[in-house]
Design a protein around this ligand. Structure first.
Ligand SMILES: Cc1ncc(COP(=O)(O)O)c(C=O)c1O
Length: 493
């Protein structure tokens, strides 16, 4: 039985002027709620005193109603704990009318949804979820997160709570946090930004959504990388944009192809540091071409820089935003990969003249981010824990990545090519002809392997069959056994 918060008062209304006595009204209200399953067996009830106060009546009618409900078996008392709906109510007492099921709901008449909503993929169709096994591509090494440091900071900030902390915060995010982020981005990502251009968001996903709402109209053509990030495409679909899939080669998004397909696109959504999912880094000449296209056509570039902290064979690459001299780039970053995803904190850097419009869009969505974790993270960064964590993880992931590449090579051989393993926490492995990635993903999930299929990431170009493998969440010593499991899945496919 699910616990109902203690003291939650059920909806019991009494009418003092009605001819029905008060105790009978209370009794009837409870009986009806139990029979119709509004109150469930085992659920705790308010004390007679609390209910009398809430209803504005004396305790006597409430006591009478409770006594009768106990006598008839609807309520039971537990010594020292209070009064509960009986946990063993006979079935015939309870209405057989359940929540309307799917079929009933569908038969009830037209149920019109927006075309954009109806065209989104169904979540039930995803073969596995993050956290469900080895090689999950979106998971960092949670077991190496400095939880004790984090908990101490959370405790410090919980103790410091003041009445002022309870007000609505700054809708853009706390100034101290934005200043810390701006310093980090200028230093580590060569971004050109000041704190007043930063909007704190609940992860990149919200930043993508804000960008789409601020920049696009229904029907606006927008370049997306093909293959690309499925959740960016969902945001764009929901915004009613016209998605123009532009091929990705070993230099990143093919700008010339984009221009050929749709020169006048309103925006390009890209992952230049570590293309998702193929893992290539956009070359310098493509970056310049993209910026030039945006400037000459008056278009926008949305740069999703989701995992650029980790590069293994070269120094981290500067952001595209840092190269932009015409304020055409909206830069998006997240703490999901570098810290942990349930934190739901990310940021965007908006060109100075668009800050006002973007913050209005943000305000229309949720009035601003919660304060507490911004304060915790500000300290986590300024006290040096963030930089230390990144340094430690870079070494750990480099080790895990090499172990995974070596093990794949040993167990699968050269027919399975590793693409884009120079950065981030995942890479793609191509499958030779005859293999179907979605089928393999489903079979692998049964073996507790959380691999993702590559082909659904394509929209327009001929899909390549492949698997996305994360190496962030799988320890070096667990890699060989899990790769052998994958090999067995592949040989049975
Ligand atoms: C391309 C890309 N962008 C962004 C994210 C992170 O999203 P969020 O910051 O909303 O957790 C991911 C996570 O997997 C990603 O793959």
């Amino acid at each position: 039985v699910k616990k109902v918060p203690r003291g939650t008062l059920p909806l019991v209304a009494v009418d003092r002027k009605a001819p029905k006595p008060l105790h009978k009204q209370i009794y009837d209200a409870y009986r009806t709620a139990i029979v119709s399953r509004g109150l469930r067996p085992g659920q705790q009830l308010p004390s007679t005193r609390a209910l009398a106060t809430e209803l504005g009546v004396s305790r006597i009618p409430v006591l009478n109603a409770y006594e009768q409900l106990i006598a008839e078996g609807y309520f039971e008392t537990r010594l020292g704990a209070g009064t509960f709906v009986s946990s063993s109510l006979p079935d015939q007492l309870i209405s057989s009318e359940r929540r309307p099921d799917r079929a009933n709901a569908i038969r009830s008449g037209p149920r019109l949804l927006s075309r954009r909503c109806a065209s989104l993929p169904n979540w039930n169709g995803f073969p596995s979820f993050p956290g469900a096994g080895a090689f999950s591509s979106s998971e960092p090494a949670y077991d190496h997160f400095p939880l004790h440091v984090w908990s101490n900071l959370v405790a410090r900030h919980s103790r410091k709570l003041r009445v002022e902390s309870l007000h609505y915060g700054n809708p853009m995010g706390s100034l101290a946090f934005r200043e810390t982020i701006a310093t980090y981005l200028r230093t580590s990502r060569a971004a050109r930004c000041e704190a007043d251009q930063i909007i704190v968001v609940s992860g990149s996903q919200q930043a993508l959504d804000i960008s789409a709402r601020a920049l696009l109209d229904p029907g606006s053509p927008v370049w997306v990388e093909d293959p690309g990030y499925i959740f960016a495409k969902q945001v764009l679909t929901t915004a009613g944009a016209r998605l123009v899939p532009v091929a990705v080669d070993n230099e990143g998004l093919d700008v010339a192809a984009g221009i050929k397909q749709c020169r006048q696109a309103r925006a390009a959504f890209v992952t230049p540091s570590h293309q998702y999912p193929l893992g290539v880094t956009m070359s310098a000449s493509r970056r310049l071409q993209l910026l030039e296209w945006a400037q000459s056509l008056g278009s926008w570039i949305v740069e999703d820089d989701y995992d650029s902290e980790y590069r293994y064979e070269s120094m981290p690459i500067a952001s595209l935003q840092g190269l932009d001299r015409h304020a055409r780039v909206i830069y998006i970053g997240t703490f999901s990969k570098v810290l942990f995803s349930s934190l739901r904190l990310g940021y965007m850097v908006v060109p100075p003249d668009l800050v006002d419009r973007f913050s209005s869009v943000r305000l229309s969505m949720d009035l601003g981010p919660p304060d507490m974790y911004q304060a915790v993270l500000t300290d986590f960064i300024s006290e040096g824990h963030f930089a230390r964590h990144i340094r430690r993880m870079r070494l750990l992931y480099a080790e895990r990545r090499s172990a995974l590449v070596a093990s794949l090579h040993k167990e699968l051989g050269p027919r399975f090519e590793v693409l884009g393993g120079q950065a981030g926490m995942h890479f793609a492995v191509t499958l030779p002809p005859g293999f179907h990635d979605q089928e393999i993903t489903v079979k692998a999930a049964r073996q507790n392997l959380c691999v993702w299929p590559l082909s659904p990431a394509y929209l327009g170009n001929k899909p390549r069959q492949g698997l996305l493998l994360g190496f962030g969440n799988t320890a070096v010593e667990d890699i060989p056994a899990n790769v052998r499991k994958l090999r067995d899945v592949l040989s049975s496919a």
